[in-house]
Design a protein around this ligand. Sequence first.
Ligand SMILES: [Zn+2]
Length: 470
Amino acid sequence: MRKVTILILAIIAPVTQLLAVDFDEHFKNKTMRFDYHHTGNADEEHFAFDEIVSDGSWAGPKSQLVDTLRLGKYFFEIKDPGTGKLLYSRGYSSIYGEWETTPDAKKNWGVYHESLRFPWPKHPVDLIIYKRNENHNFEPVYNYHIKTDHYRVNPESREDYFESFPVVENGAPHEKVDIVILSEGYTKEEMDKFQKDAERFADALLSQEPFASRKADFNIRAVEVPSPSSGLNHPHQDIHKRSALSVSYGAFNSERYALGYNNKKIRNAASTVPYEFTVLMMNDSIYGGGGIYNLYITASADNAFRDYLFVHEFGHHFADLADEYYTSATSYEMNKDLKEPWELNVTANPDPETIKWKELVTEGTPIPTPWEKEKYDKHGMKIQKKRNKLREEHASEEVMEELFKEQKKWDEQHLSNMKYSGHVGAFEGAQYKAKGMYRSEANCIMFTRHNEFCAACQRAIKLVIDQYTE
Ligand SMILES: [Zn+2]
């Protein structure tokens, strides 16, 4: 009889109650940082524990400890070894996760240093890392039993090596989304400029919906990490620098993709202030950057498209938004066997009854939604050709910028004057695929250098804000 009652209670209890974890029972108000090496090649993958350090006070939420969004290529859980109770979880992506798909991984081994951050447990816990399998389901790939008194666990707080300043302050860290901006490629003498660039980032982000309506939910702080010289490393242009946080253009041999590889140094600098999300502000005028879910963004501070870059890259980092663009040149390549992506702004399922953003669809909009794709693709190919030619000619950044401006103007004009412009539907062409993959609106900041997020992106961002605010 008793069993039956418990079962019924379990069915009617809201999911949130079942997942509720008493923070103070299990955790101290500080952050545990689990550092490890992630290594492998295209065929195998390994994890090796490095050390555990204290990473400052806990900035994350104290009530929403379990991640119900389940985004990212990887996912980790903290569990009570005795009862198996899930105490904390978060999804994330990594440089390793991108690198393993590159041609280099077919020939060589790679090793990347990574960190997982969670509240400091009061008792021993189990850490489990999961990875998406080919059907996009999470499968366990690593586990580690954390003993809080292990000799490689250092509970000592770090002294602040770096100067920091507030950019936006709205309340206690565990109640707010906390962003840290680190300077990269700024000399000591350039910190006034860094302050202006950090403020510019905050303005660009918080003037964009849905961030604008939720401004009061954000804290933004900046940390000054001086570099010996001004600017960043550009291997493709033979400009070589050794900046403080190891950020470099040319990641995975892609000219405008910038990543930082010295994870420990980046994490140590970031933990000068309470944080959940990280911006590596690049003191450079060359258009470029990158954004990885729950790791960081990089973005150059001094080009004409900086505001767009800040927000676009932050979309990747904050809500695991997929790129909605595709290359017109691959228009006629058919993609067989498309799996439904986990990202909330793209879908391979253009079915009006079950499409993942069904509630957002504008009434009377056909799914899939017709749009002037051929014309868009034709223009896209023309721009691509021009861009390749300019690259071969080693054209100046100003000339490149003019091309990007011309492209933006044409895109805006074209995409805002179609029958279903402004409607939410399912527009074919997204996530690097010209066919079989769909986005929710004709235009979006994740599709072109447009100024606004589409409805599906906005909803995803709101869900993440909700998860980090109390
Ligand atoms: Zn979008």
